[in-house]
Structures are given as C-alpha cells and as structure tokens.
Design a protein around this ligand. Structure first.
Ligand code: DGL
Length: 248
C-alpha cells in the first residue's frame, strides 16, 4: 500500500512512527502544511478548505489511501475530503474513539480529552464516546502544546509551567487521557509522569494502526518503508525533525 499522511505540521510524524513500528506500508508520502500551522485556532471553513487542498496535493501520487493524521482536520473536514479524493480517506478521531471502546471496559471510566481549541469545540470525541455509552467525559483545549512541540520543547520548566496552567484545577488523575492532537504524543512521557501510571494514554498513532489492522487484512509486513516528506514551507526543517524523531 502506498499511503499519504497529512497533518498541519510535524505532529503527524507521531502517527508515522506508529506505522513504521508496525511495518504496515510499502510507501508513505507525508505532507505537513507547515506554512499555515496551527490549524487548531482556525475556523471550520478554513480547516475544510485546507483539508481539500491537501487532497489536491496528494492527487500527484496515485495513493491507495490518505490518513488524516490531524485531529483538527479529522473533526471538521473528513466528509469534504472524501468527496474530493479518489481514494479512501481515514481520520484519527474515529480511531481514537474505537481505541477507548477496545481498552476501557467500564463505561463510567473518567476520560479526559485533550485537543486543540477547534477539536474541543467540535465535540467530535464526546459525541462518539457518548454514542458508545461513556458518560464521564471532560475536555480541555491545550493548544500551547502545539508550538512547544513545533519548537522541539518536550520537557523542562516551560512544560511544567504549561501543565500547571492547564491542569491545576484537576483534582484527581483520569482513568484515560485522550491525546486528541497528533502533536501531543511528543509530550507523552511528561504527561504520564504528571498524571501517574494509573492513567491510560490513548494515542492517535497507535489507535489508527490498531483500527487499520482490524479493518484491512495486511498479509505482508514491510520492514523497509519508503518515506517521502513534503511541506508547504521549509521542507528541509520538517525532514530534519522527521529524521530525528523517526530515527531514520
Ligand atoms: N496536529 C494537529 C491535531 O492533531 C493540530 C495542530 C494544529 O495545527 O493546531 O489536531
């Protein structure tokens, strides 16, 4: 399979990392819209327009599938992207919801959803989780995590202060924490430390891989995936980050 992976910036690389670990694909074309990141502060129509433009970009590559490795775009633009694409388009929000279904037995589990402002405002996770019977849901927009990750800041004083800023009103650690933005897994270690081992972290990359392995019968593993990286601005910077994060 030759697939396209799209994010507003470098966050979708956390999804590529899971894909490489599971050796699912022969070829991955990554596109980050680095000229226009962040998407999480934009309005619905803008996010839809950017999503459709990404589909147009991918038409140069004869893909088997497009993975929207961005929760913000998955929450708003999937239908429109599917209409203009000539291959299946899969989003990470649905996969994250299914991951909760598969890993949380208790419907009263206390679930905290973290995302960008746009994702949280869409209520996409809440609607999907309520449909599955989950009732104990809270959501927090933690958009500052996006520029921190884009700046390569994953731990230290600034992260500690940002956690205090967002989380000081949380009295007890949730049973599950949905990392509802593909930038957030880069802060996974610090988030796990902050909330403690009891909190289960739900990660878009792992969720989409699990979803795809269930949905499609992969008969062959690909120990070596061909990777190509594109960005709407400064592709060299994106390639540098990709090489560091993905150890390639
Ligand atoms: N990585 C994107 C997501 O999963 C959002 C980052 C942004 O552009 O605000 O929502």
């Amino acid at each position: 399979m030759k697939i396209g992976v799209f994010d507003s910036g470098i966050g979708g690389l956390s999804v590529v990392k899971s894909m490489l670990a599971h050796k699912l694909f022969e070829e991955i074309i990554y596109y980050g819209d680095t000229a226009r990141v962040p998407y999480g502060t934009k309005d619905k129509n803008t996010i839809i327009r950017y999503g459709i433009e990404a589909v147009e970009f991918f038409k140069n590559f004869e893909l088997d599938m497009i993975i929207v490795a961005c929760n913000t775009v998955s929450a708003y633009a999937l239908d429109e992207m599917r209409e203009s694409a000539d291959c299946p388009v899969i989003g990470v929000v649905e996969a994250g919801i299914l991951a909760c279904k598969n890993s949380l037995e208790d419907k009263n589990s206390d679930i905290l959803i973290l995302g960008t402002k746009a994702t949280v405002n869409s209520k996409a996770y809440e609607i999907g989780l309520q449909d599955l019977g989950f009732t104990n849901l809270n959501a927090k927009a933690t958009g500052l995590f996006v520029p921190l990750v884009e700046e390569d800041i994953f731990s230290g004083e600034v992260i500690d202060a940002t956690f205090r800023h967002y989380f000081s009103d949380i009295k007890s650690s949730p049973d599950a924490l949905i990392l509802g933005c593909t930038h957030f897994p880069l802060l996974e270690a610090e988030l796990q430390k902050y909330f403690g081992e009891k909190t289960q972290l739900i990660h878009s990359g792992e969720a989409i891989v699990e979803h795809m392995e269930k949905e499609f019968s992969f008969t062959k593993k690909h120990p070596k995936t061909s990777l190509k990286f594109f960005a709407s601005e400064n592709p060299e910077a994106l390639k540098r980050v990709a090489h560091n994060w993905l150890n390639i």
